[in-house]
Design a protein around this ligand. Structure first.
Ligand code: CA
Ligand code: CA
Ligand code: CA
Length: 506
């Protein structure tokens, strides 16, 4: 299940567009589609340690070398020294930053709180200017089962939905995923992981300074003075938008950036009704983030980022997915994908029962990603413009196949256009009535707000991880989970997809 993706040119630092490393997330598995003898009516009977290990080995991420052949086609370089799998079954990672080693990150298997096996549910990610890959951990709660044995973590787990309502049964075979046995193991997920694809022997690092929530996206840009700003969504209804700015400048020597992401300031966004906004720092001892509210260190704030952001009156949003800085315009785009349960509205979340989503355009003050002030507007309100009751807003040149619903992943091109991948989930029939796809959206000039369809995926799939080669001539997209979402609603099909069905196609 490829999801987020990124392209790192080879040779390292070259900016080449004919050879490079594709970094691809494997967000989750659809075990019913993956295993031919999966019994949909009695899944519990199906799992063995072997099946669980296969499921774990299919999560995480891959680094693969790809190169253009003489005829211009891309091929995987199968014997590349860079090819690598990262899994929650077998890839050792370290924890770094202010929460590393904290008692709340210590477990029976890791009494020091500094070592974790693997990463899970990695959604949209990002590539840093020095060519490392940032993997986001999103719905990590799905991988935990059991009854929490540590009352001090009850509220923390509840805020993040641990254990998950649609849990994978890993915890019945690997006790670290059972919170009756290891109640602090969930605190070791929900982070951003930095991986060096250019060093296949390197150990990935979970950067706790960037906070713990259901991370979606880690796209980034340099500030006016050369530090790195990383933009991040927390993808759940009424959660928040975050930004992390490093304390030090990024170096041209990539080795010197090895711990750059361990020190800096994490901010959460507040959107005012008048189109202004502010980034509020999540810093221990400031704004009530102290003992009086149950935070006794920066580590506590990072482990319970959502609760800290609640206290700062951050603005709840319609499921913040990917966020991308647009280098051509200096603006930042935020995908608010939908919020089906919304009843009360405000300027940034203007529609109740929002099935379609909207895209926020943020203009940092002075064009500097380090600024704590910004202005904002909604560049488009998604959905079908032919039905006024939906309240969609597009440039009128947007054609009947140009508009879309449920923006999810972004990339921006050198001309400043925003490329939008959509994910309507199983709600596709109500949101747009057609399959997910990839769209180009004009962000400037008199066509601003005009969308065009570029690519469409099969029903049941979502499109994600769009990324260009540096010269803009190749666009990679990941088509995730064909057959998974609502194929019963597709008139020409009208049944669930099955492993058998796929293999019986002529
Ligand atoms: Ca998401
Ligand atoms: Ca997503
Ligand atoms: Ca999504």
């Amino acid at each position: 299940r490829p999801s987020g993706s990124g392209f790192v040119p080879l040779p390292a630092g070259s900016g080449a567009s004919d050879r490079g490393l594709l970094c691809i997330h494997h967000e989750y598995t659809n075990d019913d589609l993956m295993f031919p003898d999966y019994p949909p009516d009695d899944p519990a009977s199906f799992y063995t340690r072997e099946i669980v290990d296969i499921s774990m080995a299919a999560h995480g991420g891959s680094i693969i070398e790809v190169a253009r052949t003489a005829d211009g086609r891309w091929q995987v370089v199968r014997d590349s020294e860079y090819n690598r799998r990262l899994t929650p079954l077998a890839t050792e990672m370290t924890l770094s930053g202010p929460a590393a080693g904290h008692p709340r990150l210590r477990t029976g298997e890791d009494p020091a709180g500094r070592r974790v096996i693997g990463t899970v549910n990695n959604c949209a990610g990002g590539i840093t200017p020095w060519g490392t890959w940032l993997m986001s951990e999103e719905n990590f709660n799905f991988y935990f089962v059991g009854e929490n044995a540590d009352p001090a973590e009850t509220e923390n787990h509840k805020r993040l939905g641990v254990p998950g309502s649609r849990s994978y049964p890993w915890g019945y075979f690997h006790k670290r995923f059972n919170i009756a046995a290891e109640p602090r193991e969930p605190n070791r997920y929900g982070w951003v992981v930095e991986v060096d694809p250019l060093d296949p022997a390197s150990t990935p690092v979970k950067r706790t300074a960037l906070g713990r929530f259901k991370h979606e996206g880690c796209e980034n840009a340099l500030t006016g003075d050369g530090r790195l700003a990383v933009y991040m969504g927390d993808d759940e209804a009424d959660e928040y938008l975050y930004k992390f700015v490093t304390a030090a400048k990024a170096s041209g020597n990539r080795r010197e950036n090895a711990s750059l992401l361990d020190e800096g300031t994490l901010y959460v966004a507040r959107f005012e009704e008048d189109g202004t906004g502010a980034w509020i720092p999540l810093v221990y001892g400031e704004n009530g983030l102290d003992e009086a509210n149950g935070f006794s260190s920066q580590a506590d704030i990072l482990i319970e980022t959502r609760r800290a952001a609640d206290l700062l009156r951050a603005t709840p949003l319609d499921r913040p997915e990917d966020v991308t800085p647009n280098d051509a315009t200096g603006k930042v785009y935020v995908a608010l994908t939908n919020s089906k349960e919304r009843t009360e509205t405000d300027a940034v979340n203007p529609r109740s029962r929002n099935l379609w989503g909207q895209i926020v355009e943020i203009e940092p003050q002075d064009g500097d990603h380090a600024s704590t002030a910004f202005t904002w507007n909604l560049i488009v309100r998604c959905g079908d413009p032919a039905f006024p009751a939906i309240g969609a807003e597009w440039h009128p040149d947007t054609g009947e196949n140009g508009w879309f619903a449920c923006p999810d992943n972004f990339t921006a091109d050198a001309k400043g256009r925003l490329w939008v991948a959509t994910d309507q989930g199983s709600g596709w029939n109500a949101a747009s009535g057609s399959a997910d796809g990839l769209y180009a959206l004009a962000t400037a000039g008199d066509k601003r707000g005009t969308a065009r369809q570029i690519f469409r995926a099969p029903i049941g799939a979502e499109v994600c991880g769009p990324c260009f080669t540096p010269d803009g001539t190749t666009l990679f997209v990941a088509v995730q989970h064909p057959g998974a979402d609502g194929t019963k609603n597709f008139k020409a099909f009208e049944r669930a997809s099955t492993f058998e069905g796929v293999h019986k196609q002529p």
